[in-house]
Design a protein around this ligand. Structure first.
Ligand SMILES: *Cc1c(COP(=O)(O)O)cnc(C)c1O
Length: 422
């Protein structure tokens, strides 16, 4: 850890908190973050030359593993032809077509540069389309750092927006209604009383940002039915779940089709990318066709598009998702067997290539349930796993991810460490 500690001290001199995104600072597990020198396949090498089996995978994007040869080649080739033009290019159409093959509900697509931009823009479009202003979100769901969505308010029952962050005026969240995830009754009540004011419902259809929490299938079908009945726009934020719970996202897995979909993470092949899209008549509101303004100097960047194309082509043509899903099941089954032997009250939740270990008894179906988790035990477990060479998400409330490069041997080594540390 010597080098990581020194590098973190240096970083702290100039970068806020030493990082460029807060979770990287290890605040919730304590200690110093490990500095990464390089990644290959399922492995990371730290600045202290420790080899780690990576279950963070850049917080989701690296489904193909690190430095995938075809993705790296595509990036190098594209970069050799110029890195930005601010003019249309054929790669944008190519990547959009690939995405649509997985997400047929995205009749029209717009590329942006991050998941945050995708959700922010989708909300604006939903409001422009419906000419309404209220938005429903669910506690525990994270949709990027959009002002009006930086509200979770935690506790059950209907909560009117209280910002989670300083710098977000109350007015910015006054049109955001927060409901408990999986609460069919609460959502029905809200629609009954103010359905004609609701522009959109935005949801992580499988929640990954409070740890993995599965939807009650009734919950998703109810959201669909209410949005249709009250003509509100149903937005699935599949920035994390896209290509991870199923190649076609949660909408393919559960057969519930949203009006708009937000993507990010995997579609950029490890470079910054987001996208939103959906029904033609809704997307027709977006400038230059319609009056909802949304733009980006770097949107549709050719190097990013090339990385996305090389990634999605492999996901289309090779058993990437199936393999990574099978490895996830294998790992989680192994963990379950170990926990059963130890008679510990942990809850394992997984979906496709995402998985979480909650340090509490189940079931875990809402944010409130997750809050029972024993964070102190988690921190101890986290650091012990790290010293065994297993790199997990540094928080008790995050999803872990599998790539299709994780081998049987990697899974076995992870289980050996798990048995020791849990
Ligand atoms: C990561 C994530 C975002 C934000 O994406 P960024 O690229 O970090 O802006 C939005 N929604 C969900 C569900 C995410 O997991």
């Amino acid at each position: 850890m010597q080098h990581s500690e020194r590098l973190f001290n240096e970083a702290n001199q100039i970068l806020v908190g030493g990082v460029n995104s807060p979770v990287r600072a290890f605040k919730s597990v304590g200690g110093t973050p490990v500095f990464i020198k390089e990644g290959q396949g399922a492995y990371l090498r730290t600045e202290d030359d420790q080899l780690l089996i990576d279950y963070v995978l850049a917080w989701g994007p690296m489904l193909l593993g690190h430095a995938d040869p075809e993705v790296s080649l595509a990036i190098a080739q594209a970069a050799g032809h110029g890195t930005a033009f601010g003019a249309p290019g054929r790669l944008e159409t190519e990547l959009a077509t690939l995405i649509q093959g997985f997400f047929p509900s995205m009749a029209k697509i717009r590329f942006v540069n991050s998941g945050t931009e995708a959700t922010m823009s989708a909300l604006r479009v939903a409001r422009g389309f419906t000419k309404r202003s209220k938005v429903i979100k669910f506690s525990g769901c994270y949709h990027g750092h959009v002002d009006s969505l930086l509200v979770s308010a935690g506790s059950g029952g209907l909560t009117f927006g209280e910002p989670d962050s300083d710098g977000v005026p109350r007015e910015m969240v006054s049109q955001t209604l927060v409901l408990p995830f999986n609460d069919v009754q609460a959502i029905s009540d809200v629609f009954r009383f103010q359905g004609d004011q609701i522009a959109a419902v935005i949801v992580e259809p499988v929640c990954g940002n409070m740890g993995v929490v599965l939807p009650d299938p009734m919950f998703l079908t109810q959201l669909r039915a209410l949005c249709t009945r009250y003509q509100a726009v149903l937005i699935f934020d599949e920035v994390m779940t896209g290509f991870r719970v199923h190649a076609g996202g949660a909408q393919a897995l559960y057969g519930v089709i949203p009006d708009l979909t937000c993507l990010g993470k995997v579609i950029g092949g490890g470079l910054p990318c987001g996208a939103y899209g959906g029904r033609t008549e809704i997307m027709a509101c977006v400038s230059p066709v319609g009056k909802v303004y949304q733009a980006g100097t770097m949107s549709g960047n050719p190097v990013v598009m090339a990385a996305g194309i090389a990634t999605l082509t492999q996901i289309r043509d090779l058993p990437v998702v199936q393999t990574a899903t099978a490895q996830t099941t294998r790992l989680v089954d192994g963990m379950r067997a170990i926990l059963a032997q130890k008679q510990r009250a942990y809850t394992l939740v997984h979906c496709g290539t995402m998985f979480s270990v909650f340090f509490c008894e189940g079931p875990v179906t809402t944010l409130k349930d997750t809050q029972r988790a024993d964070t102190r035990s988690f921190s101890r477990y986290y650091h012990e796993m790290l010293s065994e060479g297993i790199y997990l998400a540094p928080s008790a409330f995050e999803s872990n991810f599998m790539s299709w490069r994780h081998s049987d041997r990697d899974i076995h080594r992870t289980l050996v460490a798990f048995e020791k540390c849990v």
